[in-house]
Structure formats: C-alpha cells, structure tokens
Design a protein around this ligand. Sequence first.
Ligand code: AHM
Ligand code: MG
Length: 320
Amino acid sequence: MDRVTVEQHVAASAQPLLAEVFAAIGTAAREIGRKIRLAGLSDVLGAAGATNVQGEQQQKLDVFANDVMMAELGKLGSVAALVSEEDDDAVLTSHPAGEWIVIFDPLDGSSNIDVNVNVGTIFSIQRVAPGGDVHAAMLQPGTAQIAAGYVVYGPSCMMVISLGAGVDAFTLDDSGDFLLGTAAMHMPTQGPYYSTNEANASTWPAAYREYLQWLLDGKLNGKTYSSRYIGSLVADFHRTLLKGGVFLYPPTDKAPAGKLRLLYEANPLGMLAEQAGGAAVFGAGRILEIEPSKIHQRTPLIVGSKAEVDALQKMVAEAN
Ligand code: AHM
Ligand code: MG
C-alpha cells in the first residue's frame, strides 16, 4: 500500500482546509500516546484532585491530554473555538475569524487509564459560517459535522476518521506519521457482539431489557450473540466498527438522560457509524438529528450494525 499520511489524505479530500487541524490532532495524539505508554514510569497515574463540570474526578492524564489538545489546536488561525469535556465553558481562541470549532473528549475512558486498558481521544469538527455566531455553531446537530474521528491508544495507536465520505483508519508508525492502513471501512450489517454495562439493566426502561432478551433469544435473523464490554467507549466502538454488533448505553436511574455526551462522544461516533454503513440512535430517533441545547448535554447512545440498531429503534418507538 502507498504511504499516505492522514494530513496528505485530508489535503487531497473535499475538505483540504482541514489538513492542519488533523496535523495538530496527530501531534497531540503522539504526545498523549507517549505519556500513556510510559505512564507506569512517571507520576502521571491517578487523580489530579479536581472534578470536572460533569462532577467526575479528573485524572492527571485527563488534564495532560486536555492541555495538549488545547495547545496544539489553539495555535491554528483556522480554529475559532475549542469545546472540551474537561472545561466548563467553550474556549474562544484568538482567531475569531477561524472557520472551525473542534469539540473533543481529550481522554475518554479515564477509569481504564490506571489499569493499562485502551483509552481514546474523540473529536468532532463543526464549521462557523463566515460572520456567523460561534456559540450557535457549536450547537449545530451532528448532521452538520464537517468531520469526526477518534484516536485509540491500544496495542497500536490508530486514528479513525470521516470527512463525510466514508471512514478511513490510520496507524501511527515508528516515524511518527499516522499512515493510511484501511480505507473505506464497512461495519458488518449484523452481529456477533452486544456491548453494554449489564449491571445497570434493572434500571433501564423495559423496552431495552426486552430488546436484549429478544436479541439473546436469537430473534434477529436467528443469530446468536456474545458479550464484550471494555468500559472505554472508543475501544468498545472500535471493536463494533470492525466486527459488528451493538453498543448500548441506555437511560438508567442514575443517568436518566443517558451517561454519554452528545457533542464529543455520541455525535462523532454516530457520524463514523453511519459513514461505515451502521447506525446510531438515542432510542426512538437518530443521534445526528438531535438539536443540542448545551455543550455538555448527555444522551442515551445505541450504536453499531444496522440490523441491531434499527431493531432497537423500532422496539423503543413502539414502547413510547
Ligand atoms: P469518561 O468520559 O468520564 O471517561 O466516561 C465515559 C466512559 C466511556 O468511555 C464508557 O463507554 C462509559 O463511560 C462506561 O461507563 P460505565 O462505567 O458506567 O459502564
Ligand atoms: Mg468521555
């Protein structure tokens, strides 16, 4: 395969002006990945002592990852604003005429950092129309995303992206470049895994419990299922993208509006799923059509292969 870096790929696409944004995300990801790789040798594991706007304890690596993303993206003249899971408010850069807003979860899956399990960085890119309001542009629905992607810090470090025309995966090689490894990824249309925190099942709405039982009873085209749950969204999504099946984070008693965040978790992964032939819903409707009202809004998220997600959507709609 030809050697194509993520910057070259973006520069040659319909969104060439995003190349510098991807270069900056790549630089940040290399730094974050290195810190994670060497975490056991430095004093970066554990809690930072603060809680973020979500009321969650910030890990030292959350803070590090956020600082690196902010520094790399904040330099760019094309970026007008940055929205991060770790910051209460959006950060306006010193480039108000910039075209892009980058919305991100700098290090998702923090609870897995200390135990050397995959974590990730998730990002979504929205556009500010010339002369448009930056704050309104942050709250556009997922259908307006110009690009989205994630970096998974695992046995290999990969960046998976969509520029609105398919999904492509890049692997960090020893020279420090993210090189195209798989172009035009396609999510299998069904199975074989379901992925959810079943400890919450007793507090899900009944339709979700019934759906899971229905699935396990082989009612969806006679297929059987295995369970896989890592508890790191990027890792659970990455497996679902490659192998097929469904990831569910339904409403629970503890998180009645869902636990995951719309702007920097559900929307980017929803775009990737749809662009790979899968689907993403909040229950009875499509994730990407939600009109956000605030930057840290939560949502239930059911994402994965088309067969499973369509069936869930139908069952939840009928129960409503
Ligand atoms: P975080 O952004 O604070 O890391 O939380 C999000 C994580 C996701 O990675 C994962 O899908 C989910 O929380 C797991 O939640 P739970 O432990 O409730 O199953
Ligand atoms: Mg997160």
